[in-house]
Structure formats: structure tokens, C-alpha cells
Design a protein around this ligand. Structure first.
Ligand SMILES: N[C@@H](CCC(=O)N[C@@H](CS)C(=O)NCC(=O)O)C(=O)O
Length: 213
């Protein structure tokens, strides 16, 4: 059974949990306390030397990078429904996973930390950092919105692991205060993601926390 080492409060941990639920891959959770900094020290750093969450183990095989864990789990799931093997469909999904990891996640992460996590920790929000990031976030949201104007889901007519990967960085978008007003297609799509049983089942502690605003 796949063993996942993570904290469900974090973006990339939620991504992996929701993905495993979507794929129907059995897993066991090893909780690594993000708020206590357990991801910065052994034994976790023996699994993931980057000191970031999540990591996974399949027997002796260790894997990190949340999107790689999703790809691995999709291929071990026994169905290619959520990660088709067709060359163009697969590379389209890979393209969105790479875009998410390289651009979307780091940008949404600023809003996650400043607007959702820092208030929980009673730390001051850095408004200047948010203002600096907002134009970049809007540019990226424009790319995603244009894609979602053309298809129901990120990579076509049906749900794939790309939807889970791209939705995860905005998984508490209200608390993150993501400026979604000008992006109707993202709003329509994220509402659909939020109805997926895999999403509902993996609602984490940050969703549940009382809004500090
Ligand atoms: N590209 C990595 C990013 C992992 C990552 O940044 N995880 C965050 C939580 S969502 C983390 O552990 N941050 C702690 C830190 O940067 O100290 C992945 O997708 O797994």
C-alpha cells in the first residue's frame, strides 16, 4: 500500500490525498506536523531532503514532488481514465501539471501563506508582498480562465489529475482571498471541483478553521 507522509493542511498534501481518492488507490497517512516544523527535520528529511511536504513510499521506493506522486498513483491505479495513455491527452495533462508546479502553485502559495496561514498563526500579513504578486497571479489566472472557456475541465471533457493539481493551490480560495471576480470560467470550474467526492472527503483543517477575517 502507498504510504503518504504529509499534513492535510497544506496545498500539496491536499492535492495528493484528493488525487488518491479520485484514483481509488489505497493509501496510509503518516501525519507530518507542518505547523510544528516536522517537515524540516529527520526522519521526514530522510524521505524528502527538500524539507517540503508531501512524500510517498511504496515499499522501498521513495518519491517526492506531489505531481510525480499523482502520476505514479494514476499509473498504478489500473485505469487510465484520469491520466489517459493517449499521447496528446497525456502530454496535455503533463503540460498543466508542469505549469501548476512552476507557475500557478508558487503564485497561489503567496496568497495561501499571507491570507490563510499567517492569520491562523497570528502573524502579520505582508500586504506589500500580496500587492507585488497580484499582477502575476492575474496573468496566470487569465491563462487558466481562457483554457476553461474552451473545455469543461482543465484537460478536456472529463476530470483528470490535472484538475486536482491545478485546483489544489487554490483549495481555500476564499480564505486565500484570491481575486477571482474577473475569472468566471475558473469560478465555474472550481465550483465543479468542489462537488467531487474526492474533494469533499479531503477537506482539511484550514478549510475547517474559523475564518480570521
Ligand atoms: N513542488 C513541491 C512543492 C512542495 C511544497 O512547497 N510544499 C509546501 C506545502 S504545500 C511545504 O512543505 N512548504 C514548507 C516550506 O516551504 O518550508 C511539490 O509539489 O511537492
Amino acid at each position: 500500500m502507498l504510504e503518504v507522509h504529509l499534513d492535510p493542511a497544506t496545498i500539496n498534501s491536499r492535492k495528493v490525498l484528493a488525487g488518491l481518492e479520485l484514483l481509488g488507490v489505497p493509501y496510509k497517512i503518516n501525519h507530518v506536523n507542518y505547523f510544528a516544523g516536522a517537515h524540516k527535520q529527520p526522519p521526514y528529511t530522510d524521505l524528502n531532503p527538500n524539507g517540503v511536504l508531501p512524500a510517498a513510499k511504496d515499499g522501498d521506493f521513495t518519491l517526492w514532488e506531489s505531481d510525480a506522486i499523482l502520476q505514479y498513483a494514476a499509473d498504478m491505479s489500473g485505469t487510465d481514465k484520469y491520466y489517459p495513455k493517449d499521447l496528446k491527452k497525456r502530454v496535455d495533462i503533463n503540460r498543466w501539471l508542469l505549469w501548476e508546479a512552476a507557475h500557478w502553485q508558487p503564485s497561489c502559495y503567496v496568497f495561501f501563506i499571507e491570507n490563510a496561514i499567517k492569520p491562523l498563526l497570528k502573524a502579520p500579513t505582508d500586504q506589500a508582498l500580496l500587492e507585488k504578486e497580484t499582477p502575476n497571479w492575474r496573468r496566470l489566472a487569465g491563462v487558466l480562465d481562457a483554457r476553461l472557456a474552451k473545455s469543461k475541465w482543465v484537460a478536456g471533457d472529463s476530470v483528470t489529475i490535472a484538475d486536482i493539481a491545478v485546483a489544489a493551490p487554490m483549495h481555500v480560495h476564499d480564505k486565500q482571498r484570491l481575486p477571482l471576480q474577473d475569472f468566471p470560467n475558473i469560478r465555474r470550474w472550481i465550483a465543479e471541483v468542489e462537488k467531487l467526492p474526492c474533494w469533499v472527503k479531503t477537506q482539511g483543517p484550514v478549510d475547517a478553521a474559523t475564518s480570521p477575517h
